[in-house]
Write a protein that binds this ligand. Structure first.
Ligand code: SF4
Ligand code: SF4
Ligand code: SF4
Length: 272
């Protein structure tokens, strides 16, 4: 039964957030929202422990579709980085600011880049593409993320400085157009670099938050050096080019690990 403790802990963390926000904000939406996400993630972890082949994909679809279709398109919440800046500038701790605080800023201290492996609606689509493991070495293009990060901030700041009206509506359309752009660029890059996760590695502005926070993550894949035979299979199956045999926090591409567990599943010696 000990192996089922992590999903129970994860569910407890999300339920604590759900109840705290429900009581402090006086809005039952937070209880339902975070309970749903917590249950989906706990279910995924449970299925992963049971070695279900599609465990990760099931959570990705449960959470990703809920956020994209229900929260984004039906409720009109911009949950992308522009939405985060927007709510931050208006000084409202709602929607996107809460989402970023939980999933992308403080949450990664606990679960690293679990968001990228199990919940992101952009990767939910990109992971359907054929290049699940990169066949070519990683390119030195990670600097582009700082440009997209700055562009998102400048875009929202400019709207505020120009006193543009009806910002709620603009934010909704920014969400729609932003997502179409993300998918288009993500798919083109995946085919160009033969790597489903090229967008995550080079373009995604959210990694500017995710990478430094996940450096300190509690949940990490570790290698038992006594069992490891240095066959290199873990590296070959890793979609993010992480050197998981190095237990140091400074391991190569360490802040890129999305906890997908492909290395763990494929290690012939059970060293991970
Ligand atoms: S890097 Fe960006 S696009 Fe990729 S999974 Fe993470 S948040 Fe989503
Ligand atoms: S797959 Fe396992 S045995 Fe092979 S290098 Fe990685 S950790 Fe070591
Ligand atoms: S294969 Fe292993 S090291 Fe690579 S992203 Fe997945 S969990 Fe992390």
């Amino acid at each position: 039964m000990k192996k089922y403790v992590p999903p129970v802990i994860m569910l407890a963390v999300f339920e604590t957030i759900a109840v705290t926000l429900w009581l402090t904000k006086g809005n039952i939406f937070y209880l339902l929202n975070f309970s749903y996400i917590g249950c989906s993630i706990a279910l995924g972890m449970f299925l992963l422990i049971r070695k279900h082949r599609h465990a990760r994909r099931i959570v990705q679809l449960l959470v990703g579709l809920y956020m994209l279709i229900y929260l984004g398109l039906i409720c009109g919440e911009n949950m992308q980085i522009e939405g985060f800046w927007y709510y931050l500038f208006t000084g409202v701790f709602e929607a996107a600011t809460i989402h970023y605080a939980v999933a992308k800023i403080f949450g990664p201290l606990l679960f690293g880049r679990g968001w990228c492996g199990y919940a992101c609606w952009t990767a939910m689509v990109l992971d359907f593409l054929p290049y699940k493991t990169p066949s070519k070495p990683r390119k030195k293009l990670g600097w582009i993320r700082y440009i997209t990060f700055a562009a998102s901030l400048i875009f929202v700041a400019a709207l505020f400085l120009a006193h543009v009206g009806n910002l709620e509506r603009i934010m909704f359309w920014a969400f729609v157009i932003g997502n179409v752009l993300y998918y288009a660029v993500g798919i083109i890059l995946a085919y160009a670099f033969q790597d489903n996760r090229a967008f995550c590695k080079y373009i995604c502005p959210i990694t500017v938050f995710l990478k430094p926070m996940s450096y300190y993550a509690l949940a990490r894949v570790k290698c038992d050096r006594e069992k490891c035979i240095s066959c290199g299979k873990c590296r070959r199956v890793c979609p993010m080019d992480v050197d998981v045999t190095d237990n140091s926090r400074k391991r190569e591409n360490g802040t890129e690990c999305i906890l997908c567990m492909e290395c763990v599943k494929n290690c012939p010696r059970g060293a991970l």
